[in-house]
Each structure stands twice: as C-alpha cells, then as structure tokens.
Design a protein around this ligand. Structure first.
Ligand code: ADP
Ligand code: MG
Length: 452
C-alpha cells in the first residue's frame, strides 16, 4: 500500500516525490525546477510547496502539475492538491533560479505509473513448468495470490540461466496486472548496492531508506551479490526487518542457498530462511523440449518435435543456452530460406554431434595454455591482466562443459577461487559465445582440440 497519508510529514512525502521526479526528468530539469522546492505542510489533501518566485510558481503550474500529481500520487495512493507559496530563498539559491528571461527546458514526457523495467516476455504464461521448477513456480504464484501472507520472504535459488529472474519478473507482471497501484520495487542486488553507496556519498541516506522501506513488495534479484559487502548487508538487514514487520512481501533470488552465500551474516541467513526457500533444478528432457517449442512460438515460428528433441538431448544444462540454440536454428532457417527440420538442425549444430567426452581439468588446461601460449602457473596465479583472465575463464567454462567436476573443485584448480567466480566465468563466456563471433570461434577451436 502507498504511504498512510495521515502519519507522514510533508517533508517525507516531498522527499519521496522528489525521488520519483528525479527518475522521470533529466537531471537538468530536476535541478532547475525541483531540487530547491521545499514542502511546507500537508493536511491530508493538499501539499503546500515553497517556491522562490512567482514565475517559478506559474511555470510549475503550467508545465509540471500533472507530473507532480502522478509522482506524488504514487507515494500517497491518491493525487493531492498542490498549493505554491512564494518564499524568496537565500542569495546563493536565487542565483540558480531561472528568471523569465531564460529559456526553460521543455517538460519531459511523464512516465507510466510503474517505474519498473521488466522484460515483457518474462511472464507466468511464458514460463514452462517442469519437475525442476514446479515448487518455485507454485510458490511464486502463491505470493501473487496472497502477498506477505503465503511465504515471506520467498527465496529462490538455483544456478545461472534456470529462470530465477524470469520468475521474479513474472510475479511483478502478475501483481501489477491485478492491481496497478501496488507499489512494487524490483531491482538487482547490484543496483541496491550501487544506490546505497551513492546515497552515502551524497548524504542522501534518508531518502534511500525511505524509498526502500515504503513499498508493498520488494524483489531483489541475485542477492548473493551481498557477499563481502558488509555495510550493505547491514543496511539490507534493516530494510528487510522494516518491510517484514510491516507485513510487506519480500522476494529474493540467489545462485546459492542462504547459508552458502560467502560471508553473509548469520542474522541475514536466518532471516532469509524464515520464509520459504526453494531451489530451481535444471530442466529434465521433456521440459527442455517444451521450452524450445515455447521459445520458437514466441519468435512466431514452430520447431518440430524431432528437432526440439535433437537440441534438448544435446543441451542439458542451461535454459539460456537452449534459447540461444533456438535463435541460432531460426536464424539458419531464415538466412538459407529453409524449413526448420532435422537436416537443418544437424548442419547448424554440427559441433553438438560430437558426444560430450569427459576430460580432466589438466587436459583442458593443456589445450588452453597451448592455444594462448601461457603457462599453467599463470592460470592458477592471482594475476588479473586481461591476457590471463580470459584464458582462465575459458578454462572454467570448458571445465563446466567437458569435465565432471563441481564448481568448487573447478575453482580449486585455479588458485582456490570460489564457486561464484566459476559461475561468473561460465556466464560471461556463455554470453560472449552468444554475442561475439571471435569468442565463439575460439571456443569452437578449443572444443575441437579437446575432442581430437
Ligand atoms: P537466471 O535468472 O536464473 O539466471 P533467467 O531467468 O535469466 O535465469 O532465465 C534465462 C533464460 O531462460 C530467460 O530467457 C528465461 O526466459 C528462460 N527461462 C528460464 N526458465 C524458463 C522456463 N521454465 N520456461 C521458459 N523460459 C525459461
Ligand atoms: Mg538472473
């Protein structure tokens, strides 16, 4: 629910409204028209604002009243009246106040009610349910049905590309579809950390806190990013408690269960565990087939069963890879103006026809060091120069694909790095393989060398 308007001060409302305005305007517009405005009073229906001169007042009335109403309405849950009181400010401020001779900047288009940037395809409708994610999917739906009553917090964990972000955003889409005024905040943990650091630097902790502690639902993606960030952990602990005690829903995702997030403080671990913790497992063959067909349909194409099976049998770890395969397949079909069939799939995925052989990490290291002309010791060292980091990450990626070792074991081989480093390397190279032809060629060559 929005702020209970009876219990907050005009200053609090205005601080939060300014925050909204800052997001909706260019920084120049915000600085010119809103930074210096102060709130004087709020009587439950009218917000009184102090402005430096009559021109300023008229300009706001003419150009910004709608945006003001919208922004403030998001905080209060209704649009208040505004009353502007001219109150000259001190000389320092006055020099920056626009006069009628200047050309004020045009008004920015106002934003839609929700500030969330969501992927439109990450909906429940587009989510394929299978044994690996059934529980997480059901729990996410339960949260939509009964926010803060079913499971609080809901903690989803699983390795990369298994649908955590998709589920979190599906919750947002569905909650907003049912109730547009529900105040939701969805963000990555990295954003939370960055905003916290920025708030400290600018001395704006109060408005930072206000922003996070006055929502109906807070969803934070990749909460494992709190690892090794003691101060942000502390801050998040208080955010968590405030929301939890106010019966607001919290949803978190992570690449590992709470107790395995490195250096996460015990009191956060226990908070995270007090609701519902559920793991997403890699999809089984049938689910992979269904996902391939679904993704093709979303791209307005069809993939026949035998082709979907062909891919699903060969790509068995990560759904993002499955998606990449569908894209590649459809691109091949369209470029060659051909039907999507098994023959086309065999051509497009020649490399997948080679059965995945099991390799030792030493074999992988040998191939990579020869290719890049490095020494094994370089890869195991702490050095972080680019010419070593990339080969090291390639090794980790190949080890994930072609060796039976766990994340921890792979990390151990490379100078005792932890599992998140390996996951990061895997994710990064995977992304490069999908987006960068040069890396794709390198990975292809290394894979071929491994096989031969
Ligand atoms: P994570 O956040 O766990 O790393 P994502 O949510 O980003 O993974 O998922 C990676 C990709 O796989 C996304 O494009 C997502 O739509 C897709 N995906 C994951 N799980 C499913 C599923 N069960 N059904 C359909 N698509 C899925
Ligand atoms: Mg994610």
């Amino acid at each position: 629910m929005p702020l209970p308007s009876s219990s907050v001060s005009a200053q609090e409302i205005w601080a939060q409204t300014q925050h909204e305005l800052r997001g909706a305007l260019s920084s120049q517009q915000f600085d010119t028209w809103f930074r210096k405005v102060e709130a004087l009073a709020f009587d439950g229906s009218t917000l009184e604002l102090a402005v430096p001169n009559a021109f300023f007042r008229d300009w706001l009335r003419e150009h910004y009243v709608e945006l003001l109403g919208e922004s403030c309405g998001r905080i209060l849950g209704f649009v208040p009246e505004f009353c502007f009181t001219v109150r000259p400010m001190d000389a320092a401020n006055r020099t920056e106040t626009p006069s009628s001779g200047e050309q004020p900047s045009p008004m920015a288009p106002s934003r839609p009610v929700s500030e969330l940037t969501l992927n439109r395809q990450y909906t429940f409708e587009n989510f394929v349910v299978g044994p690996g994610n059934r529980l997480s999917h059901a729990a996410s739906l339960a949260v939509v049905e009964a926010p803060a009553r079913a499971y609080n917090p809901l903690f989803l964990h699983g390795s990369v590309g298994l649908g955590k972000t998709h589920l979190l955003q599906a919750v947002c889409h569905e909650v907003l579809r049912r109730e547009r005024t529900f105040h939701i905040l969805y963000l990555s943990c990295e954003t939370f950390v960055n905003q916290f650091v920025a708030a400290i630097e600018r001395g704006e902790l109060e408005s930072f806190r206000f922003r996070y502690r006055h929502v109906d639902m807070l969803l934070i993606d990749d909460i494992h990013f709190l690892a090794n960030k003691e101060r942000t952990q502390e801050e998040f602990f208080h955010t968590f408690n405030t929301l939890y005690n106010a019966h607001k829903q919290i949803v978190l995702s992570s690449d590992s269960p709470p107790k395995e997030i490195p250096t996460l403080k015990e009191r956060l671990v226990s908070r995270f565990k007090c609701g519902f913790v559920t793991q997403i497992d890699p999809p089984c063959l049938e689910t992979r087939v269904a996902i391939i067909k679904k993704k093709a349909r979303l791209a307005s194409s069809e993939v026949p069963d035998d082709v979907a099976l062909f891919l699903a049998e060969r790509i068995d770890t990560n759904i993002r890879e499955l998606e990449g395969a569908v894209t590649k397949l459809l691109a091949h079909a369209s470029l060659a103006s051909r039907r999507v069939d098994l023959a086309l799939a065999r051509e497009a995925f020649r490399d997948l026809l080679v059965p995945a052989t099991i390799h030792s990490i030493d074999q992988i290291i040998a191939v990579v060091t020869t290719y890049f002309n490095l020494k094994k010791g370089d890869l195991q060292s702490k050095r972080r120069v680019k010419s070593i980091v990339l080969p090291r990450q390639l090794c980790m990626y190949l080890a994930r694909k072609h060796s039976p070792y766990s994340l921890e074991e792979i990390g151990g081989f490379f100078g005792g790095r932890d599992h998140t480093t390996v996951l990061y390397a895997e994710d990064k190279i995977q992304h490069l393989v999908e987006t960068n032809p040069e890396t794709r060629a390198t990975v292809d060559q290394l894979s071929k060398k491994l096989v031969s």
